[in-house]
Design a protein around this ligand. Structure first.
Ligand code: 13P
Length: 249
């Protein structure tokens, strides 16, 4: 039985004050829940969030990482620097990075590899755009994105990663994939991995992300291949994030 995992992606939101308020409520609301929980926050707040979550059952992570170990890369943050702070997770290949910042499949694979090598758990995002779904190339796109990571890091390495299926058309739009639509792609991802390694596939944690809310979380996470959620907007509202975590049990 795979453990459920709910991760919040705050994106570029937060302040010292609002983070403290939000995490105080999330921390008490999520106490005792027997699932894995994490919040992925903007870099400047990593240390604050680490302090606020000390001794809780909530881990924390970053939202991106450099593919390079160190060097003349102004503005970048390395995986080793994140580990220095006690960071556990890092999101790589979020569609917003792919769309606005030029993260190609190859760069995403290199970032996943850099994260793994440093001891972080990469949360690798894959997902098709609306145009790709309408052209019926969802399977092709998701498989291509996944293959890039599997080929660079090796299929065995997927055992130390989390995959997040985030259909781009469902992110921040209020338009969620139906449980059936999401399950279909999750099953496809697991089957793709199973072709190379059945045991890695059976243990692989695959999250769904895209307008997951308290009202649809239970049904989505009840699907056989959906192991949890990567939550954007609803992770900024303590009661909603806690309700989604509770729905994952
Ligand atoms: P929303 O939950 O706001 O749709 O965002 C999903 C997401 O992109 C999480 O990474």
């Amino acid at each position: 039985m795979r453990r459920k995992f709910v991760a919040g992606n705050w994106k570029m939101h937060g302040s010292l004050k609002s983070n403290a308020d939000l995490l105080r409520e999330v921390r008490s609301g999520a106490a005792g829940l027997d699932i894995d929980i994490a919040v992925c926050v903007p870099y400047p707040y990593l240390a604050q969030v680490a302090d606020l979550l000390e001794g809780s059952n909530i881990a924390w992570g970053a939202q991106d990482v450099s593919e390079h170990a160190q060097g003349a890369y102004t503005g970048e943050v390395s995986a080793a620097m994140l580990v220095d702070f006690g960071c556990k997770y890092v999101i790589v290949g979020h569609s917003e990075r792919r769309t606005y910042y030029g993260d190609t499949d190859a760069i995403v694979a290199a970032k996943a590899e850099a994260a793994l090598k440093a001891g972080l758990i990469p949360i690798v995002c894959v997902g098709e755009t609306l145009e790709e779904r309408e052209r019926n190339v969802t399977a092709e796109v998701v498989t291509r994105q996944l293959n890039a990571v599997a080929e660079r890091c090796g299929v065995k390495a997927l055992a130390d990663m989390v995959i997040a299926y985030e259909p781009v058309w469902a992110i921040g739009t209020g338009r969620t994939a139906t449980p059936e639509q999401a399950q279909e792609v999750h099953a496809l991802i697991r089957a793709r991995v199973a072709r190379d390694d059945a045991s890695v596939a059976a243990g692989l944690c695959i999250l769904y992300g895209g307008s997951m809310k308290p009202g649809n979380a239970r049904e989505l996470m009840a699907q056989p291949d959906i192991d949890g959620g990567l939550i954007g907007g609803a992770s900024l509202v303590a009661a909603d994030f806690v309700a989604i975590c509770a729905a994952a049990r």
